[in-house]
Design a protein around this ligand. Structure first.
Ligand SMILES: NC(=O)c1ccc[n+]([C@@H]2O[C@H](COP(=O)([O-])OP(=O)(O)OC[C@H]3O[C@@H](n4cnc5c(N)ncnc54)[C@H](O)[C@@H]3O)[C@@H](O)[C@H]2O)c1
Length: 267
């Protein structure tokens, strides 16, 4: 199983304090990597890095700020010799504070331009900047693995019927921002894989399906019915795929999209 080992490697995870980001960090740490827990709240990143045990580092990072990313790279290189894995995981997925307004605000006709632009900024520009800063270091060292986290909604459009309750009432619409940004990074992956292939830096997409996390029973039922495995994901369901993409186990894989969605996009 040495193929899957990340011993002596350093891995950056953006959005590391989120639902799935924490599981990515735990998996990378278990595979032997030094993990850089990167997220907005610096104190919380340090606390989580400590909780992981081992030689990990928590860094307050804003993926939309190139200066913040350059600072993070410098701190990382002071502590470790190299950065070998970048998991572009930070993203905005719409949450509406007031459920009573969710349907109205999320409808395409009303969807706020600022919300659309904020998603473009974090989900696309953030991936561009992180890849530019950490990936350039990898290209110079002539090795590395970049993993861009997309979604089933980067591959297919949202089925708005799953956001209806048992009385058939639409509770919410999945906005255009999410499929637009997730689709963009699947093709950004191909661009960068082609651009850096000759350097030995590999770039792949991991496209997860939806994780069960306290949604309504109606939603969980609607979602599960659309998957071939009949269930939503657990946040830990992506750990194996992540370690595969990060490690030598996927040495001949670049520009690809690894879809781990319980079969959602297969039919
Ligand atoms: N949760 C799901 O069901 C699901 C399904 C498919 C794909 N995904 C994708 O997986 C990834 C993780 O999803 P999640 O549900 O864990 O998300 P989450 O909302 O739980 O966490 C996102 C994290 O990103 C951080 N973040 C936001 N803006 C940032 C910025 N500018 N700089 C640095 N960090 C920032 C947040 O602080 C947060 O900790 C995302 O790319 C998401 O689109 C999630």
């Amino acid at each position: 199983m040495d193929l899957f080992s990340l011993k002596g490697k350093t891995a950056v995870v953006t959005g590391a304090l989120g639902l799935i980001g924490r599981k990515h960090c735990e998996a990378l740490a278990a595979a032997g990597a030094n993990v850089i827990v990167a997220d907005i709240n610096a104190e919380a990143t340090k606390a989580f890095a400590e909780q992981l045990g081992g030689n990990h580092l928590g860094l307050g990072v804003d993926v939309t700020s190139k200066d913040s990313l350059i600072d993070a790279l410098n701190v990382a290189l002071d502590k470790y010799d190299s950065v070998d894995v970048l998991v572009n995981n930070a993203a905005i997925n719409d949450k509406f504070e007031n459920p009573a307004m969710a349907k109205e605000l999320s409808a395409f006709e009303n969807y706020p331009l600022e919300a659309f632009q904020q998603s473009l900024n974090v989900n696309v520009t953030g991936v561009f900047l992180c890849s530019q800063v950490f990936g350039t270091h990898m290209a110079l060292q002539r090795s590395g693995s970049i993993i861009n986290i997309a979604s089933t909604y980067g591959i297919v459009g949202p089925d708005q019927s799953i956001y209806r309750d048992s009385r058939g009432q639409q509770t919410f619409y999945k906005s255009a921002a999410y499929p637009v940004t997730k689709g963009a990074i699947i093709n950004f992956t191909r661009f960068l894989a082609a651009y850096w292939g000759h350097t030995g830096v590999r770039v792949n997409t991991l496209s997860p399906g939806g994780v069960e996390a306290g949604q309504t029973e109606d939603f969980i039922g609607n979602y599960s019915a659309k998957t071939l495995l009949g269930r939503m994901a657990q946040a830990s369901d992506y750990q194996g795929a992540l370690i595969f993409l990060a490690s030598e186990a996927s040495a001949y894989m670049t520009g690809a999209n690894l879809v781990v969605d319980g079969g959602w996009t297969a039919i």
